[in-house]
Each structure stands twice: as structure tokens, then as C-alpha cells.
Write a protein that binds this ligand. Structure first.
Ligand code: NAD
Ligand code: UDP
Length: 318
């Protein structure tokens, strides 16, 4: 039986990134002390600047692929450090593999030393280009280990394996959330993912770049819903991976048309080559999350979430 630390401190690696900054905000709102550990590879100071006025927030500027030192007791560690946008991990293939292997190892070592819960941010990419649809946690996936996306997919698969190894050998309390495409305020306008790309292009009156025929699908989860899922997961009695995402599935042409409608842009669509190994379909089966996380399910529809995200992009562009 693992003894829990008394002090209500959470460590969030990648806390200056898009999802990580929302987690920091949520845990500050819950009255916790939050230690954000980030090297700003893809994150930004602007994402966390408002938190510095809270005395319970602190930042350690650090690459978690190197050993992590934290003083004092820690209740939980949320390991969110990793490039996540395909252009980011294609630009940083070695750093991506290091943070998913050495970074996960260091984070697990910290969790073991602190007797803290380890919450790992995994991804729907562990399913690769899936042959089972919608994706269930029991499906082992269809990943090309040596393709360009392999650096991210295999690092996350290794992270999951190592996380469960620490649970089995050292009895660390672990949780693994497999995140499906999540979007919302604080994404970088040019991080290369489809929603920021389309909104940025629409707001500039540029053509929206649809890759391939645009018939490939994704299922988009608004960030607040995802953060609620992780909050519940961190306290759930489970160790295996749990899908967290919104099961409403859209193809990229329909997404582009919706962004044009909601921004009021006059943009057209322009078709570009499909990236190598781009998954054709992706949609989470969230039955397990619903069962384990007190009926958790996403509340924010794509139209509403996009409206909020578009407002944010207009605000940062102003
Ligand atoms: P992001 O790029 O906005 O955030 C990642 C953060 O990690 C950044 O602040 C970056 O500076 C930091 N980071 C990267 N390498 C680091 C290192 N070695 N040491 C310390 N900090 C480091 O991406 P995001 O969308 O917020 O993704 C966060 C996590 O969620 C990632 O682990 C990602 O794999 C996972 N995820 C996200 C999505 C999504 O749709 N957003 C989907 C699946 C999984
Ligand atoms: N995509 C697109 N236009 C863009 C960016 C992405 O059509 O400007 C497509 C991409 O090929 C993929 C989907 O949108 O099929 C989602 O891409 P994203 O990079 O957001 O995330 P992924 O799910 O591929 O990790």
C-alpha cells in the first residue's frame, strides 16, 4: 500500500504549454500548491504569467529529460511535457523521444521518491492509423515505428510501458490518460495543428490548408472537458490507460467549413499533400472513462468550443 503525502502540492511538467497551463489554473483553483516544470520548448511564459500573482504557484525552468529535484512533499505529478503538434515533433524528433523516455523515467523516479501519484499524458497516437473504430483501450494499435510520427507515437507507447513497470515493480500509484485531439485558448496560432491553423488562416482571410482530400476524421475535445477528465482520473481507482476525448467525429473539410462559417471569413479551401502516416480515422470510445470517472463525458460541443477559441485568437491578434 502506497502512503500518500500530506501536503497538497502538484507538480505539472509541461505546465507552460497549452493543456498544462489549464491544468495549473485548475489546481490553483482547487487550492493546491502548483509547481510548473517547463523548458519552454513549445510552451510560453504568456500562458502562465497570470499565475505568478498567486503565492501557491511557482515555476522551475528545467528540461525534464534531465533529473528533476523538488523539495518538500508532493501529492501528484502530471507529466505533460512533450512536443504535441506534428510539426513540433517532426522538428524536434530527438527531444521528443528523450522527453517521452528519459523525461518519463525522471518523472516516475520523482513520483516513487515522493510517494506521489503519477498521471501520464498519453495520446490517441498510440493507436497509430487504427484498424479498430472507435478506438477502445484494449486495442493495441497500428503504429509505424520508423515513420516520421514514430518518434512521438513510440515515445508515448514506451512512456505507458514504463509507467506500468513502475506500478508493478515499485507500486507507484499511476494513471494514464490517452488524450484525443484537444483544442482551446492558449494554443499557439502557428503550432501547426489543424484547429489553430484553420482559425489563424480564416482570421487573416487566407485559404484554409486541407491536407489530402480532407476526408480523414478527428474527434475534437474542448480543453475544459479534458482537464475535468484528468482531474477525476487523478483520483480514480485505476491504473490502466483511459481514453479522454470527445466522441463526435468530423472530417477536415467539414471542420474547415465550420471555421469559415463561425469566423465569417471569405476564405476558400486549398488542398495540400497528406502528411506521411496521417491516421485516416480517429474517434475515442469513452465508455471506460464514463464508468471509472463518475459519468464524465465532454459537455462542450465543437461549435461552442470553436467560438471561444476564435475569440481568444482574435484577442491575441489584436
Ligand atoms: P504544448 O506543446 O502546448 O505543451 C507541451 C509543453 O511541454 C510545453 O510547455 C513545452 O515547453 C514543454 N516541454 C516539452 N519538452 C519539455 C522538456 N523536455 N522539459 C520540460 N518541458 C518540456 O502541447 P499540449 O497540446 O499542451 O500537450 C501537452 C501534453 O498532452 C503532451 O504530453 C502531449 O503529448 C499530450 N497530448 C496532447 C494532445 C492535444 O490534442 N493537445 C493530444 C494527445 C496528447
Ligand atoms: N490538417 C489539415 N490542415 C492543416 C493541419 C492539419 O488538413 O492545416 C489535418 C491533418 O492532416 C490531420 C488532421 O488535420 O489529418 C489533424 O491534424 P493535427 O495536426 O491537428 O493533429 P493529429 O491528429 O494529426 O495529431
Amino acid at each position: 500500500m502506497v502512503r500518500k503525502a500530506q501536503t497538497r502540492t502538484v507538480v505539472i511538467t509541461g505546465g507552460a504549454g497549452f493543456i498544462g497551463s489549464h491544468l495549473c489554473e485548475r489546481f490553483l483553483g482547487e487550492g493546491r500548491r502548483v509547481i510548473c516544470v517547463d523548458n519552454f520548448l513549445t510552451g510560453s511564459m504568456a500562458n502562465i504569467k497570470p499565475f505568478f500573482k498567486n503565492p501557491r504557484f511557482s515555476l522551475i525552468r528545467h528540461d525534464v529529460s534531465k533529473p528533476i529535484r523538488i523539495t518538500g512533499a508532493v501529492e501528484a505529478i502530471f507529466h505533460f511535457a512533450s512536443p504535441a503538434s506534428p510539426p513540433d515533433y517532426l522538428k524536434h524528433p530527438i527531444k521528443t523521444m528523450k522527453v517521452g523516455s528519459l523525461g518519463t523515467h525522471n518523472t516516475l523516479g520523482l513520483a516513487w521518491a515522493k510517494r506521489a501519484t503519477m498521471v501520464m499524458a498519453s495520446t490517441s497516437e498510440v493507436y497509430g492509423d487504427p484498424e479498430v473504430h472507435p478506438q477502445v483501450e484494449t486495442y493495441w494499435g497500428n503504429v509505424n515505428p520508423i515513420g516520421p510520427r514514430g518518434v512521438y507515437d513510440e515515445a508515448k507507447r514506451f512512456s505507458e510501458a514504463l509507467t506500468l513497470a513502475y506500478h508493478r515493480e515499485h507500486h507507484v500509484d499511476v494513471k494514464i490518460g490517452r488524450i484525443f485531439n484537444t483544442y482551446g485558448p492558449r494554443m499557439r496560432a502557428r503550432d501547426g495543428r489543424v484547429i489553430p491553423n484553420f482559425i489563424d488562416q480564416a482570421l487573416k482571410g487566407q485559404p484554409l490548408t486541407v491536407y489530402g482530400k480532407g476526408t480523414q476524421t478527428r474527434s475534437f475535445c474542448y480543453v475544459d472537458d479534458l482537464v475535468e477528465g484528468f482531474f477525476r482520473l487523478s483520483r480514480a481507482k485505476t491504473t490502466g490507460p483511459v481514453n479522454l476525448g470527445n466522441p463526435n467525429e468530423y472530417d477536415m473539410v467539414d471542420l474547415a467549413k465550420l471555421v469559415i462559417e463561425l469566423t465569417g471569413a471569405k476564405s476558400k479551401l486549398v488542398y495540400k499533400p497528406l502528411p506521411v502516416d496521417d491516421p485516416k480515422r480517429r474517434c475515442p470510445n469513452i465508455a471506460l472513462a464514463k464508468r471509472l470517472l463518475n459519468g464524465w463525458c465532454p459537455r462542450v460541443g465543437l461549435r461552442q468550443g470553436l467560438q471561444t477559441t476564435i475569440e481568444y485568437f482574435r484577442f491575441i491578434a489584436a
